[in-house]
Write a protein that binds this ligand. Sequence first.
Ligand SMILES: [Zn+2]
Length: 59
Amino acid sequence: MSRQLVSAGLVCDYCGGPITVPTIYRRGGRRTYYLCCEACMRKLKKKLSRSNKNKAGAP
Ligand SMILES: [Zn+2]
């Protein structure tokens, strides 16, 4: 009953929920995001790409 998760205390950077298995997304090698699942990672990427108005690489 004393299982300690490595990710204890981590919350998802997208949905704010508790993380059991962390999905780590590093952006530009500077900032690191922790997501609770791949779906949140994709949504976060979309959100970030939207807020970042940079023509480079954008279709
Ligand atoms: Zn999440």
